[in-house]
Structure formats: C-alpha cells, structure tokens
Design a protein around this ligand. Structure first.
Ligand SMILES: [Zn+2]
Length: 179
C-alpha cells in the first residue's frame, strides 16, 4: 500500500487515478466506537474493507470523485432477551459522491440517492467506516432462539405464546395420555 492510500488520511483522487481498490483488514480495536459495543473482543476481530474510487464526468466542470465502500464484520453483541452474547453480521455497501463544500452537500443531499461528502485532501475512511458500521448495528440485538430459556416478564408473554405453542401442545398431550 502506497503512502497516499493510508485509510485514515486517504487521497481519494489518487485512489481513483490508480483504479485499484483499497482492500484492507482493519482491527476492531482501531474502531473505538464500535469496539465499545461488543462483548469481549477476540484478538483476531477485524473488519474487511474494500474501497473503490472513480472519476465520473461532470459536464462543464471537473470530473467528480465517487467512492464505493463495502465492508463486512461479525460482532459479539449483547442479546436484549437473554443478555448472552449474540454474533451479528454487519455489512456496508454504499456509494458516495464528493462535492467541494458542505453547502453543496446540504443543498443536493435530498435529491441524491448516493450520500454526499465533502472532498478533503486527507479523507478519513476509517471514520466513515465506523459511522456506517454504527448505523448498521441492530437497534435490539437478539438471538433468533436464545440458548437458554429466558425469564419472561409480563410484556414478553405474547412472544412466548407464539414460539412456545408447539412444546406446550405436546406437553398437554403427554398430560392427557398419563390420565
Ligand atoms: Zn438471547
């Protein structure tokens, strides 16, 4: 990786000119805000990162830099039902268009499908990655099926009724047979 392609002070036009995606494995420990959300970081925890920049023609003006960011990682989060660790897969797949100023970004953001960012000489790709991962975090991390039976509160009764319907029916049947 050349010095212009350091992920935390990235020269985006240089990356676009090279035409080769930046591919990296970022240790989760480097992403402090994400690391805080996890339950017990394994030493090999990392985020797979792929960033591809390109120039697109802009009639009557300079070419515009676009960035495609893809990332993937697995985090151990706290299950909100049983408080055990639950492995959650996070994925980022987003396009960004770079503009000259914050004013332009604000003005054009509503009518743009892509996200707009201000082009800085040293772009912090890691900060952007961390923002996207934080937004991809589930609001309520939860096992599909918790490994141990949770202690139910009154508010959970409906959920338990649905998922517990079958075993209860069998249990009822077993009771009948015993009579
Ligand atoms: Zn759980």
């Amino acid at each position: 990786m050349s010095s212009s392609l350091q992920a935390n002070r990235l020269n985006l036009p240089a990356l676009a000119r090279e035409g080769v995606p930046l591919i990296a494995s970022i240790p989760l420990q480097k992403l402090k805000r994400i690391a805080k959300e996890t339950q017990g970081l394994q030493p090999d925890s990392s985020v797979y990162l792929e960033a591809r920049a390109e120039f697109r023609p802009n009639p009557g003006a300079d070419d515009v830099v676009w960035l495609h960011l893809q990332a993937e990682t697995s985090l151990l989060l706290t299950c909100q039902r049983c408080t055990g660790a639950v492995l959650v897969l996070l994925k980022v797949d987003q396009w960004y268009r770079f503009v000259a100023t914050e004013d332009i970004a604000m003005a054009e953001d509503d009518q743009s499908e892509e996200d707009l960012l201000v082009l800085e000489p040293q772009f912090d790709l890691l900060a952007l990655l961390e923002d996207e991962l934080l937004m991809a975090l589930p609001l309520v991390p939860m096992h599909d099926a918790c490994p141990v039976a949770p202690t139910l509160s009154v508010g959970d009764a409906d959920i338990a009724g649905e998922s517990g319907a079958k075993p209860n029916a069998f249990a009822a049947l077993a009771q009948l047979r015993r009579k």
